[in-house]
Design a protein around this ligand. Structure first.
Ligand code: MF3
Ligand code: CO
Length: 272
């Protein structure tokens, strides 16, 4: 397994690509409301990527037809935006987006509430996000890759949720998907050593039911096998000697990092 290590301008460009993506997600979060179509979200997203000086990396990726993956309720990831899918009050919608800036990729996902949502669904969304921070807090130079996986899994398992095991996070850099795969479930061995300059997309996908998924006939949309609803939270991170840098965290998202620190999910290893 060869995990690419970025240095100098490579790190700067990863920061810049992901900083722009953070802004994109912040702006897209503002348009989510009942009555809009998933195609409208994609259209806004694609226009914003261009305005931000980026190039959509999902569009035409292995034939994927849109710039943003828009997945509703029991759709876990890779939903294809359409004009006839209208968001309703009480839905959740996961937006997965990325861009290329000067040759370097960014990748991040958020699950948003559409209007008022049921308390148990809100909890799924919140805890999925927290599981990301719990996993990423272990991502330091000298640590091991599967410490991240085990961090996500040991945080989320107390809630009885399903962990999607057919899909994983991944390395990212000059390509959208690089080695290694980053599972969100427990792995017994600790895996390869993490080094400063590695950039990883960590992305827990968590369900209210079981973790089994299926693919729809469009060959893209991943849905839960049991119809339970799913949440997704993803950021691109940079491994450093200290606390990992979460590169795609926009201003609107930064309070969640602070929350994770207050809860002791993030950075607790360095307290003593
Ligand atoms: N963020 C997605 C992932 O890591 C990228 C999806 S590629 C697309 O799986 F083609 F589905 F858009
Ligand atoms: Co990804």
């Amino acid at each position: 397994m060869k995990i690419s290590v970025k240095t100098g301008s490579g790190i700067e460009l990863m920061r810049e690509s992901n900083r722009r993506l953070g802004i994109l997600h912040d702006e897209l979060s503002e348009i989510i409301k009942p009555g809009i179509t998933t195609a409208y979200i994609n259209k806004c997203g694609e226009e914003l990527i261009e305005k931000l000086g980026g190039v959509p990396n999902f569009k035409n990726y292995e034939g994927y037809p849109a710039a943003i993956c828009v997945s509703v309720n029991d759709e876990v990831v890779h939903g294809i935006p359409t004009e006839d899918r209208v968001l309703d009050e009480g839905d959740i919608v996961s937006l997965d987006a990325g861009l290329i800036y000067k040759g370097f990729h960014s990748d991040a996902a958020r699950t948003h509430a559409v209007g008022e949502i049921a308390p148990e669904v809100a909890r799924l969304v919140t805890e999925t996000r927290r599981s990301f921070f719990a996993g990423v807090s272990r991502a330091v130079a000298g640590g091991r890759l599967y410490d991240i996986s085990n961090g996500v899994a040991s945080y989320i398992e107390r809630f009885g949720y399903g962990i999607v095991y057919d899909l994983t996070g991944h390395g990212i850099g000059r390509s959208l998907h690089e080695e290694p795969m980053i599972p969100n479930f427990h792995v017994k061995k600790r895996g390869p050593k993490l080094e400063s300059g590695m950039t990883l997309a960590v992305e827990p996908m968590i369900t209210l039911g079981r973790g089994d998924v299926e693919w729809l006939d469009d060959d893209w949309t991943v849905v839960t096998a049991d119809g339970s609803w799913a949440a997704h939270y993803e950021n691109t991170i940079l491994i450093t000697e200290g606390e990992p840098e979460i590169l795609s965290l926009g201003e609107k998202e930064k309070p969640y990092l602070e929350e994770a620190k207050r809860l002791g999910l993030f950075g607790k290893e360095k307290e003593d």
